[in-house]
Design a protein around this ligand. Structure first.
Ligand SMILES: C[S@@+](CC[C@H](N)C(=O)[O-])C[C@H]1O[C@@H](n2cnc3c(N)ncnc32)[C@H](O)[C@@H]1O
Length: 277
């Protein structure tokens, strides 16, 4: 993925949720405040093309038709983004209820979960990691929408710097505290060995009982995915079947605790949770 420019897929995911809120009962189904915060953040980030006018158009019939057209190439992906946001937030909230006191979102893009939960949970530290260009655009937006005191961003390329090293240099992370990590819509941009490396690094930064909530590409996704993602230089590089996950993460310090996900409504992705052993 080109890191010198803002991630187009990250912008696209956030914008798709604005569109989705105008479809059926999705406005009620999506986590509270998500749509409003996504709109405010996108506009405030100053990302080229993502102004107030686009937000208005996003809820209109033409834009929704465009997302539906994309579904012909990647079946289920439009509503899949909505399912993904609901799943991740539920799992993160469950982990916090279970004692997690730190949330680390790797490849956070323009997701608003940390921004929305941090003010409600002052006893939890929220940290986001993303490529420098995407991180800087989001920082612009966060400054304007209001930065929670217990939330920070780290701008770094996970392919170039080790997670443990960047967290220890930053100093906000405590490896002894129960934590929940999120890798949503990220792993497919890393090669298999990089994914495993990330899990190993994540284990080095966390205490037993910590969790990682993640999504991954389901093998056999259409050739259109490869074509479309390579067009914007954000090519998918890895995939794994949900039933193969236990073996995939074996030896990394994590064990899968979620059920096999074969839900076609999740589009080209599947969802999972692993626990630190
Ligand atoms: C498809 S977007 C998903 C964004 C967000 N997680 C969401 O679901 O809305 C993928 C994100 O991963 C980030 N990313 C991809 N490769 C990365 C890397 N090597 N280091 C840091 N961030 C990376 C991109 O910059 C982008 O923000």
């Amino acid at each position: 993925m080109k890191q010198e420019r803002i991630s187009q897929t990250a912008l696209k995911v956030a914008n798709s949720l604005v569109s989705l809120s105008a479809v059926d009962d999705w406005a009620q189904r999506l986590p509270a405040g998500l749509v409003e915060m996504s709109e405010r953040l996108l506009v405030a980030s100053g990302s080229p093309g993502y102004g107030q006018r686009l937000m208005e158009l996003s809820k209109g019939p033409w834009m929704i038709r465009a997302w539906r057209f994309q579904d012909l190439m990647i079946p289920g992906q439009f509503e899949g983004f909505g399912h993904r946001k609901i799943y991740v937030q539920q799992q993160v909230e469950a982990a916090i209820e279970n004692g997690a006191r730190q949330v680390l979102f790797v490849g956070a893009g323009f997701d608003t979960l940390c921004l929305r939960l941090a003010p409600q949970l002052p006893h939890v530290q929220f940290i986001e990691v993303d490529h420098p260009a995407t991180s800087a655009a989001k920082a612009n937006g966060i400054e304007r929408v209001g930065k929670p005191e217990n939330m920070i961003q780290i701008a770094a390329d996970l392919g170039e710097r080790q997670l443990s090293q960047m967290l220890s240099e930053d100093g906000h992370w405590d490896t002894s505290v129960s934590s929940v990590l999120i890798a949503e819509g990220l792993l497919q941009y890393l090669a298999d060995e990089e994914v495993r490396g990330l899990f190993v690094e994540a284990a080095a930064c966390t205490s037993p009982g910590s969790r990682i909530v993640f999504t991954h590409a389901n093998p056999g996704y259409s050739k259109w995915v490869t074509f479309l993602t390579s067009l914007i230089a954000e090519r998918w590089k890895s995939s794994v079947a949900s039933e193969d996950l236990p073996e995939y993460v074996e030896g990394t310090g994590w064990a899968i605790i979620s059920d096999v996900d074969n839900d076609l409504a999740h589009g080209a992705e599947r969802y999972a949770v692993a626990e630190r052993r």
